[in-house]
Write a protein that binds this ligand. Structure first.
Ligand code: TMO
Length: 316
């Protein structure tokens, strides 16, 4: 009885602070991490921000497509990098089912597509037009691909549909999925000394642009529905006959329940927005400087207090 009275008084007191953000739950905020460096470092940056705000955080490694279902169900609390090209379709599907929402855009503009280091153009000057690819296919051939060119696509879970693209556009290329992002960088690195033409999946913002100047192949421009409606794109009978969006979004997504369970952290999430150079730097700290993701996040935060402190102050 007495304890109840004290609790009730305490509740009135806390409630009476008027305007202050309600207290976050003591349950851990679950942050999913995937298989490319900027997402892992950014997730650690945001996790460390939440910890500074007094929250408990857990990181779980999850599939980068299945994560939208996990967010929708509240099994993980948010997603820091929803890339339009790779994850737009899975995100839209989860939005339609309910339980997940768009928590705002990053400032960053993104692109993900077939890419080559600039030296490749010396032997295939018709690039970046995709129609130059077949005349040059032999330049990209390997023992494994025979007379066809080799294109190293991203890991399967990024669902880049490289094989469908090659079929839809009649490209004389064998599409191979890399086992990891590191395999993409190894492919470029191995070609560098002899300036061997090489074609790999790449994206921006990323550390790679500062290491290897290069260009994306210009495919037929993305049209909404190119992945669901064969009539979109130049081949009336095929899906995926367009490039990825050339100025794609990068969104944050949240579980609908996050707002009520961790209102202060949610407030910060809605304010957080990173730029292209900030995201490229997060990747560089791991891929070039070889820091562990948690150390990279600490270092990034130390160097960017002016960016993050206003977000924390506005939500504490
Ligand atoms: C999803 N990614 C940014 C690696 O293309």
């Amino acid at each position: 009885m007495q304890i109840n009275a004290i609790l009730a008084a305490a509740a009135v007191f806390v409630g009476g602070l008027g305007g202050a953000v309600a207290k976050d739950s003591r349950d851990p905020i679950i942050i999913p991490v995937h298989n490319w460096s900027s997402q892992i470092v950014m997730s650690n940056v945001v996790g460390q921000i939440f910890e500074e705000m007094g929250n408990i955080v857990e990181y779980v490694t999850t599939d980068s497509q299945a994560v939208y279902e996990s967010v929708r169900l509240g099994d993980v609390s948010l997603e820091m990098e929803v890339w339009e090209g790779a994850f737009g379709a899975s995100f839209r599907a989860a939005l339609e089912k309910g339980g997940i929402h768009d928590a705002g855009d990053h400032d960053a503009v993104t692109r993900e597509d077939w890419w080559y280091p600039l030296w490749t153009k010396e032997s295939c000057p018709g690039l970046p037009d995709w129609q130059a690819l077949n005349d040059c296919a032999h330049l990209f051939a390997t023992v494994e691909t025979g007379t066809k060119g080799r294109y190293l696509d991203g890991p399967v879970d990024w669902l880049k549909h490289g094989k469908e693209r090659a079929d839809a556009l009649g490209l004389n290329f064998t599409v191979i999925n890399a086992g990891s992002a590191a395999a993409l960088w190894a492919e470029i690195g191995a070609a560098q000394a002899k300036k061997k033409p090489v074609l790999v999946f790449n994206w921006t913002p990323n550390f790679a642009e500062a290491v290897w100047p290069g260009e994306f192949v210009e495919f037929p421009a993305w049209e909404d529905g190119c992945d669901t409606d064969p009539s979109k794109g130049p081949n009336p009978e095929a899906l995926y006959d367009c490039g990825n969006p050339a100025a794609g979004y990068l969104k944050k997504a949240a579980w609908d329940g996050m707002k009520d369970k961790w209102p202060a952290a949610y407030c910060a999430l809605t304010k957080i927005s990173f730029t292209n150079p900030q995201i490229a730097e997060m990747a560089k700290l791991v891929d070039t400087d070889e820091l562990e993701p948690d150390e990279a996040a600490e270092q990034w935060l130390d160097a960017n207090r002016d960016v993050v402190d206003p977000w924390i102050r506005a939500c504490s």
